[in-house]
Each structure stands twice: as C-alpha cells, then as structure tokens.
Design a protein around this ligand. Structure first.
Ligand code: URA
Ligand code: SF4
Length: 262
C-alpha cells in the first residue's frame, strides 16, 4: 500500500485541520482525534508523589551493583527479578516495577521511556494519557496490546516526577530489556522517543535525524518515532508519527516476506 502524504494526514484525522471535528471520520485515526480533543490541555501528569519515607527501604538498600546474569532467565524468573530489583535508585520511590505487557511472540515490540504515575500504580506500561494515544497508534496499524504487540520501557521503575531516566539508570536496567528482546524475538522494534533510542541504539542524535531509517539490533530491524507524550503536546508531528508507523509496517513486511513486493 502506498499512501500519499495527504491521504496519510486524512487518515490521521489532521488534514485539513477543520475536518478534525467531523463526525464522519471513523476508525483508528478518529480515535487519535477524539483523544486529542479530550486532551486539548497538555495532560501529561507531572505531579510528583510524596517521596517514600526514608525508613521504607532501610532493610533493603539500593545495591548499586550491576544486575547479575539475567541472560538465562525465563519469563517467570525475569518477572520476579525485576519485581525485586534494587540495582538503581529508581527502586526507592516506585510502587512497583513495570516489566511490560503483551503478546510474548509478537511482531512488534514498542519501547517507551519509563513508567509514569498511572503505570507505577497499575503495574502496566502506557496506561495513562500517553498510553491511550499509543493504543490509537496501534489501532491505526490494526494491532492492539496483547495481539501481535509487546510494550516495554527503557527503565522498569518510575523516575520521580516523570523526569527522563538518566543514562546510568537505563544502563542498570538494560539487561532486563535485553533479555526481554531475546525472549520475545520480535520481528521489528519501534523506539518511542529519545530515551528508548539511547537505551537500544546508544544514539543521542535528534529524533528528526533518525526517523525513516532502518536500524538493526541483534538482527532485528529497529525504527524510531516520537514518544506519544510528545505527540500530545505537538499535534502537527502526529502526521510524522503516522508516516513512521507506515514505515515500520513496510519494514516488518519486508522482514517477514522479503520476496513480496509491498
Ligand atoms: N511513558 C512511557 O515512556 N512509558 C510508559 O509506560 C508510560 C508513559
Ligand atoms: Fe532495577 Fe531497572 Fe528498577 Fe533500576 S529501574 S531498580 S535497574 S528494575
């Protein structure tokens, strides 16, 4: 399938702009739109929670030592290790670690940054406002969490105040993501935002310069797009994200059936 830019914008429900509120639009792009309407005011929760009382972890301090061998763990053992992990200071204020969610034999692996307040409370990635937009993005590809998709984060514990995780925290948490990728064997990895790009590709270039290119992680194609939380604040870039998703789907199809002309 080859869509013109105009068709892509229409599918995203953002061109022409006055079409945005048209009731005739239906389907995934419309869900993106509805979500946008509900979140006209930037809605990323930035409020922080009360820090945990200093005594809470007195008997279980941050270890600050690298995580031991996780390369041989199966899913239950990995989940237990992550739940108990104290390898970086993000463990101190988390309610719970958030491993990931979805199909464990997926085509797509989406990787975000780290849990926010909603994810920290629920134990599942992308369940807040950004998650609703991510679900709409998935729907635009005719996929859904749990069906051909797994969703994970660069760090498993919520950075206080939703700050960007530090490089040292992403490095500390990397063995878990590395093991998840090895277990999942996705056909394509979609990196959502700069933190995920840093964690997986070790690249700090601008997203604009990385979009639309195919990278490789351990033989798995990797593509890059904007983080949904960024898109909630930057409506025009949704069109670019839509282009990126189409590129991801094309790349996936090439990967799965390189002999077929798509
Ligand atoms: N943002 C992320 O990067 N990950 C989540 O799980 C939620 C919001
Ligand atoms: Fe462990 Fe990762 Fe949580 Fe840090 S963020 S405590 S490395 S699970």
């Amino acid at each position: 399938m080859s869509l013109s830019r105009e068709q892509m914008l229409v599918e995203m429900g953002i061109s022409p702009i006055w079409v945005l509120r048209s009731p005739v639009l239906a389907g995934p792009a419309d869900e993106l739109l509805q979500h946008e309407e509900q979140t006209a005011v930037p809605s990323i929760s930035l409020e922080d929670e009360q820090p945990a009382p200093p005594s809470a972890n007195a008997t279980n301090p941050v270890s600050q030592v690298p995580i031991g061998e996780v390369g041989s763990l199966d899913w239950p053992a990995l989940a237990k290790r992550v739940a108990e992990c104290r390898a970086c200071s993000l463990c101190e204020q988390r309610k719970q670690a958030v491993l990931g969610v979805g199909d464990t034999s997926p085509e797509y692996l989406f990787i975000g940054e780290g849990p926010g307040a909603d994810e920290d409370a629920k134990g599942e990635p992308f369940v807040g406002q950004a998650g609703k937009l991510l679900d709409s993005m998935l729907a635009s590809l005719d996929i859904a969490r749990g069906n051909r998709v797994y969703i994970a984060n660069a760090v498993k514990c919520r950075p206080p105040g939703n700050r960007t995780p530090e490089a040292s925290e992403m490095a500390a948490c990397w063995p878990y993501l590395e093991r998840q990728i090895a277990l999942l064997k996705p056909k394509i990895i979609v990196l959502l935002g700069k933190a995920a790009v840093h964690a997986v590709l070790h690249d700090d270039k601008s997203l604009a310069s990385l979009r639309g290119k195919r990278f490789d992680y351990a033989g798995v194609p990797v593509v890059v797009t904007y983080h949904p939380a960024y898109l909630l604040r930057n409506l025009p870039d949704k069109a670019k994200a839509w282009e990126d998703l189409l590129f991801a789907r094309r790349t996936l199809r090439e990967q799965m059936a390189p002999e077929l002309p798509f």
